[in-house]
Write a new protein. Structure first.
Length: 229
């Protein structure tokens, strides 16, 4: 009987120790899991922040490249220092483009494809515009700084396409197929372009035909049938 009591006590003690060990292991495991989760989450956030910075750099490049002809055209003299600074600016933009393209090649094939297309589209008017700007005389009056109508709408469309692509490089969009992403980008660009034209037509209808109609009615009240064009 005494031996059985000792045996039972030993079993109870072993069960208690096993329970304690289980609790300790669970606590350690939960701590390790929590640490891993925090580490993974932190790394993902850091990676996303880094990619946002690089994509923002791509947008800055596209804007700077589209603005480059205006920098040349708005020069105030043809001194060697001025010409050298503008030339260096052009070389720096080319180097920046190569660096961005190299990074995007490792980041995403879609990103690289869209970036190259946007750069080519902007370059179709930047090249001739730069040549014309270099041949133009330096600006000597403040009023000449206003260059009038520019090719900005074309560059804006390319920049918008790049912005749409960037939206699809974060979150669950990163898991989507390349073809689907490209279709989404083109659809988004078309929608924004249609909205832009609709807004312009609406503005024209308020400031143009509508005002003409009011002018015509006013002249009719005065006894004249003339309608202003």
């Amino acid at each position: 009987m005494f031996d059985q009591s000792i045996r039972a006590a030993e079993l109870a003690s072993g069960a208690g120790q096993s329970a304690i060990v289980t609790v300790v292991i669970a606590a350690i495991s939960s701590g390790i899991v929590a640490t891993l989760i925090n580490t993974i989450t932190g790394n993902l956030k850091a990676s996303a922040d880094y990619r946002r910075d690089r994509y923002a750099e791509a947008i800055r490049y596209l804007v700077a490249w589209s603005e480059y002809p205006y920098r040349i055209r708005r020069r105030t003299d043809d001194e060697p220092a001025t010409l050298s600074a503008l030339a260096e600016r052009g070389h720096a933009l080319q180097e920046q483009r190569a660096a961005i393209a190299a990074w995007m090649a490792s980041e995403s094939r879609v990103a690289k494809l869209v970036f190259d297309d946007c750069t080519r589209e902007i370059s179709t008017f930047v090249g001739p515009a730069c040549a014309m700007a270099w041949r133009s005389a330096p600006i000597t009056a403040a009023s000449d700084m206003v260059l009038g109508k520019s090719a900005q709408p074309e560059s804006q469309i390319a920049i918008q396409r790049m912005e749409h692509m960037i939206r699809h490089r974060f979150g669950l969009y990163r898991l989507m197929w390349r073809t689907w992403v490209l279709k989404r980008i083109e659809k988004g660009i078309k929608t924004e372009d249609d909205d832009l034209h609709t807004s312009a037509e609406s503005l024209f209808s308020r400031s143009g035909p509508a005002s003409t109609k009011r002018d015509g009615k006013r002249h009719q009240k005065d006894g004249r049938q003339e309608v202003r064009p």
